[in-house]
Design a binder for this molecule. Structure first.
Ligand SMILES: [Zn+2]
Length: 146
């Protein structure tokens, strides 16, 4: 039985929403997609004219999971600075777990903490701006944002 669905989000594009109560610590989804290098993935998205960074999930070995290739609904998870889900890496796979109990209809969020090799000029920073409404909002999805 499906525990989450993808539909339009008021935060950004589409989002992932609970359709049943989820317990804290529950494994909800695996972040699926093709494992490749950052360079390959970014080049591919630039070539296709897709704003693809948010479909990329960084692995600890420096590669990424590209959710735009063979991905699943996890690629639609939006970022929040005070997320209700966390990502856990197990042997090169990424799993999404709830951090607290979640009610049906609530949107699921993870903290992206994206790393980028792009120079962090104003355009790049704007591209990764966070507009979540958390009081602790860092105003950026970048890992190294000051
Ligand atoms: Zn934020």
């Amino acid at each position: 039985m499906r525990r989450v669905i993808v539909r339009r989000s008021s935060v950004h594009g589409r989002g992932v929403f609970a359709v049943m109560p989820l317990a804290a610590g529950e494994r909800v989804l695996e972040y699926k997609g093709e494992i490749t290098s950052w360079r390959n993935a970014v080049r591919r998205h630039q070539r296709e004219g897709v704003e693809g960074h948010t479909f990329l999930f960084g692995l600890s070995d420096g590669r990424v999971i590209d959710g735009s290739r063979d991905g699943n609904s996890a690629r639609w998870l939006n970022h929040a600075c005070a997320p209700n889900c966390e990502t856990i890496e197990v042997a090169g796979r990424i799993f999404i777990h709830t951090l607290r109990a979640i009610e049906p209809g609530e949107e699921l969020f993870i903290e992206y903490l994206l790393a980028t090799d792009d120079p962090l000029d104003a355009d790049v920073r704007a591209q990764y701006a966070c507009r979540c409404t958390a009081t602790e909002c860092r105003h950026s999805m970048l890992a190294d944002a000051a």
